[in-house]
Design a protein around this ligand. Structure first.
Ligand SMILES: [Zn+2]
Length: 440
């Protein structure tokens, strides 16, 4: 298995840019772009061929107009002068160069103004599913890289309990994220200079030695000013009533009322966390507490959807286990013996974006150099996209098949993919302080 640090999209992009330019540059990611959709047609990565995009990295004495012409002129390619003439040779060089990379380039293509790059799926699928399952709760966690220690605190907003709660959640999620990035979190005041205070006040003092991290308040949509009346418990109550009205959770209808209440309370809690984290910390969050004008139903769906899909996955895995115990299915083989080439077009976007892409997403949530910046909205967006893709997959593909042996090996590969997705869902929810629900 590859070390986690080299097995990510940034590493591949750096390798490609280095191959083309001989440069190690922090600009790599802005030159080579990551695709999230239509991967089968557009590949996983693309870049523009116009030389303007590249010229900061590459001096050219011949006024080349495209990167391909320039590479041809530098590397002394033999064929003609148009992009189409030289492309094949340049692409072949890149593909063969990538043979000893952790993820190889499978194919390159010219598409209008773009160069599309297709990655070797086998390299990514087997490795990332295996890694997710083996690492479990530590999947996505970087090795500790520096001795940097952080202390995080939040400052109470005396006028607004909801704002204070938002600051608390931001602090808690940031602490989890820092530790995933390999930093240490401490409470000992004297051990570090990296102390941050999350506060809603841009003016005034904070505790000595702390850097201010100014965050937006929680605003009321009707008054368009800071929400100063609603308490956290009242707001949760409001969400619970809203959920009861939506009545989308029929499965729990027959449960005892205390089970049902705990369930709705946890769900409402998750919904508010999503709502508060979906917006950049520096910006205000705008809430509704009036059912008639409430347009935040989409936010409500976000958290429910994430929990719902986590429960779906757990149900399939349990069902398989029960059937295997009754001898209706073979047991799952050791992961080393799984034929992951069974995972095809249908599964590719799920594996590439959400299992392979998970650690990259964690990376994108936080920067520590040159200064500390936190983007929890990246995680919320990731979960929303994952839910959409997984739901579409779930509707289309029946994972537990009844068919013969040739279908069994496909089912097994898919079940392993589900286990990896389960790790992703549970870890992502855990960062937000949300416990998964086994059924909904
Ligand atoms: Zn040139």
């Amino acid at each position: 298995m590859e070390a986690q640090t080299n097995f990510c999209i940034t590493h591949i992009i750096d390798k490609i840019v280095f191959h083309f330019t001989g440069n190690n540059t922090h600009k790599s990611v802005s030159i080579i772009k990551i695709n999230y959709e239509n991967l089968l047609v557009n590949g996983e990565l693309h870049c523009v061929r116009n030389f303007k995009a590249w010229k900061d990295l590459l001096p050219c004495s011949k006024s080349c107009t495209s990167i391909l012409q320039h590479l041809a002129h530098v590397k002394g390619a033999t064929k003609g002068n148009t992009d189409e003439d030289v492309a094949e040779e340049i692409f072949e060089q890149l593909i063969s160069k990538s043979n000893d990379w952790p993820v190889r380039i499978q194919k390159c293509m010219l598409q209008n103004e773009r160069i599309c790059l297709f990655l070797n799926r086998g390299d990514i699928i087997t490795n990332s599913i295996t890694m997710a399952i083996k690492c479990g709760t530590t999947f996505g966690k970087a090795k500790s890289k520096t001795a940097k220690v952080f202390i995080l605190k939040y400052q109470t907003d005396e006028q607004s309990e909801l704002t204070t709660q938002r600051l608390r959640i931001i602090k808690d999620v940031a602490a989890k994220m820092l530790s995933l990035h390999g930093y240490e979190i401490s409470t000992e005041e004297n051990c570090t200079d990296d102390k941050y205070m999350f506060t809603s006040k841009s003016e005034g003092l904070v505790d000595k030695g702390y850097n201010k991290y100014v965050c937006g308040v929680v605003k009321n949509a009707q008054s368009n000013s800071k929400e100063t009346c609603l308490t956290w418990e009242q707001y949760i109550k409001y969400k619970i009533n809203q959920l009861a009205e939506l009545n989308e959770h029929k499965l729990i209808e027959n449960e005892k009322s205390n089970v049902k209440n705990t369930f709705l309370h946890n769900l409402a809690n998750a919904i508010v966390i999503f709502e508060f984290m979906a917006v950049k910390p520096k910006k205000p969050v705008i809430i509704e507490n009036n059912c008639e004008d409430d347009k935040s139903i989409t936010n409500t769906r976000g958290a429910s959807f994430a929990l719902y899909n986590t429960a779906r996955i757990a149900t399939i895995i349990t069902k398989h286990r029960e059937k295997a115990l009754r001898g209706e299915y073979p047991d799952l083989p050791d992961i080393k013996n799984v034929d992951f080439s069974q995972l095809q077009d249908e599964e590719w976007e799920l594996v590439y974006n959400f299992i392979f892409g998970y650690s990259q997403m964690i990376n994108n949530c936080l920067t520590c150099e040159p200064s500390f910046c936190f983007y929890p909205q990246v995680l919320i967006l990731f979960l929303s996209r994952l839910c959409q893709k997984f739901s579409a997959y779930y509707r289309k593909v029946k994972i537990l098949t009844e068919g013969g042996d040739h279908l069994i090996s496909k089912m097994i590969a898919r079940l392993y993919m589900l286990r990896a997705l389960q790790v992703v869902f549970e870890n992502a929810l855990d960062i937000l302080g949300i416990k998964p629900i086994s059924r909904m």
